[in-house]
Design a binder for this molecule. Structure first.
Ligand code: CA
Length: 227
């Protein structure tokens, strides 16, 4: 069972989020200011943090920066509609997603699940290293090799490959891939996916062999395990 730390000073919002997450089977810890949040991160090692920006003591930005110094726990930031969410700052600080207030609790739960899937995908035994034929993807080391040759990947290319490889055989539309891999940072259009797929194929293309990523005409892309 995943533990979610909900950091929010408004009690009504905090309790609403808690209720929805608990109904969905999550364990929930809460904190109502930045200092308590940092203590709870240390004490409870949550699997994901939902972090409001405007908080007493330390604000959400400070909490995010401090947490990401020592941990890779995913963080979803919340901010009121009146506050201009600073995407660039969010990216620099390593936030994984962003939800504007007011939000639908159902959508919030869906986002939590999406971020957990994306950051925490565990394809059964073997965990964070995937091997298909001559292709090895090591999540922890951020390393991809083909025939023992290391292939340099941009972060987003790695995330896209990892996501597809975690779900071999399953077809994803461009829109689904944008949501799963790009999340809130995405500002362009679906052709971004095509561009990344093209680059991934070029990089994975070894010895003239077919690549692992297949186009499913009219539907999207899938990862095809060989052998
Ligand atoms: Ca607040």
């Amino acid at each position: 069972m995943s533990t979610i730390l909900v950091v929010e000073d408004e009690e009504s919002v905090r309790e609403l989020v808690r209720m929805y997450l608990e109904n969905d089977g999550f364990r929930v810890e809460t904190a109502s200011d930045g200092e308590e949040a940092l203590n709870k991160v240390k004490a409870n090692t949550p699997d994901l943090i939902i972090l409001d920006i405007m908080l007493p003591k330390f604000d959400g930005w400070t909490v995010c920066r401090e947490v990401k110094k020592t941990s890779s726990v995913p963080i979803i930031m919340l901010s009121a509609r009146t506050e201009e969410f600073d995407r660039v700052l969010g990216l620099e600080l390593g936030a994984d997603d962003y939800i504007p207030k007011p939000f639908s609790p159902r959508e919030m739960v869906a986002r939590v699940r999406a971020v957990l899937r994306r950051t925490n995908a565990s394809p059964g035994a073997g965990g964070r290293v995937l091997t298909y034929g001559d292709l090895t993807i090591d999540r922890d080391a951020n390393r991809v090799t083909v025939n023992d040759r290391e292939v340099a990947m941009a972060p987003r290319e790695f995330e896209l490959l990892w996501f597809l490889a975690c779900h071999p055989g399953r077809v994803y539309s461009r829109e689904q891939l944008l949501e799963e891999v790009w999340g809130y940072e995405y500002l362009g259009d679906a052709r971004t996916v095509d561009t990344h797929i093209k680059r991934l194929r070029e990089k994975l293309h070894a010895n003239g062999e077919a690549t692992y990523i297949k186009t499913v005409w009219g539907r999207g892309y899938k990862f095809e395990a060989t052998e």
